[in-house]
Write a protein that binds this ligand. Sequence first.
Ligand SMILES: [Ca+2]
Length: 404
Amino acid sequence: MNRFRVPSSEFRVPGPGIERAQRPVLLSDPKPETRNPKHGLNSERGMALMVVLWILTFLGVVCATFMFSMRTELAAAGNFREEAEAYYLAEAGVYRAAAEIINADRNVPPNSSLYDSLDEHWHFNPAAYEGVPLGRGSYWVRVSDEESKVPLNGASDPVLRRLLSNSGVRDGRLVSVIVDSIQDWQDADNLHRLNGAEDGYYLSLPVPYKAKNGNFEAIDELLLVKGMTPEILYGNASRERRGTLEAQLPWERDLQPGEYLGVAPHLSIHSVGRVNVNTASPEVLMALGLTPVETKLALDRRTEVPFRSVGELTGLLTSVAGGARQGFAVVPEGQPGPAEAGQILGSLNQMGTVLSRHFSVESVAQVAGSRLTARVAAILQNVGTLGRPQLSIRLWTVNPRQGA
Ligand SMILES: [Ca+2]
């Protein structure tokens, strides 16, 4: 048995040493470790470089954040400065208007009757009001008198009815509801008129409130009154359409059903309760009861020579009473139309005036090169005696709602 024994060394399966020698060297194989005396030093330098890079990155981020924050701060400070400048420019515009209002009354020739009209410098004054340069910017001012509007507190039913129906409220019942409710809102009692509303109605609303039983303090307050809607109060015509309609006289407009021009621009809560027939809009003259023919007559006459007294207007109306009294059919059937001549003349004598005591001033200003604008709206009251004007500020609003 031992003879045929093959020496184990001859038939030995190749061991790992041989396999290693025959296998091709792969790129992925780890490099044989070499002993470099400088190896330890390089590793330390690499670490230091990494630390420095991280510190630099951190510092870069801190600097960028700081720069961004500074830029924001600078922009905010610049905006604040421009806003302040624009505000004081707008304020200057209001005081310029105040000076014009005072000068208009102060420079009246002696022994002449006093009146306020639209051709006077307090109202029409492009040199003083349109893009007036001052400091680093300029301002624009618009002045209107509150006596050119219907006094909301104390307005009679017919005046309110005519104003509403001419502004596009065609439904006679809705006109009655709004007018009765306006009067109920103001009167002290809690007894509602035929179409009006008092606490009983307002407390039944989803968001209940009580009738005011006092004077209106803002035109917006009308939105709380039964029947009134934002469309009827402010109008719902588009800007272009509004421009077209406002360029026409009230009786020339073809208001579509459901189209309103808004009554808010023709109502005031600051006036003395009288209407200046020299400055009243055609809408307001018609609300006072003038027919379209009479309104046109009054507008033409005051463009040539302003009325020096209400008597001049009533005299003019009396001279054309008769045929002109019939006017045009501007209000649909069943709507409040012109009243009798005697009633209108009586109402004009009671409500009319040729003087304005309250002025609403709106001033907009902008610093040159800035996109910021500042707006100031003010109500100025002339508390002086005739010929000796003295203004006091009744209301001062900074950046009021547009169109308010
Ligand atoms: Ca009441």
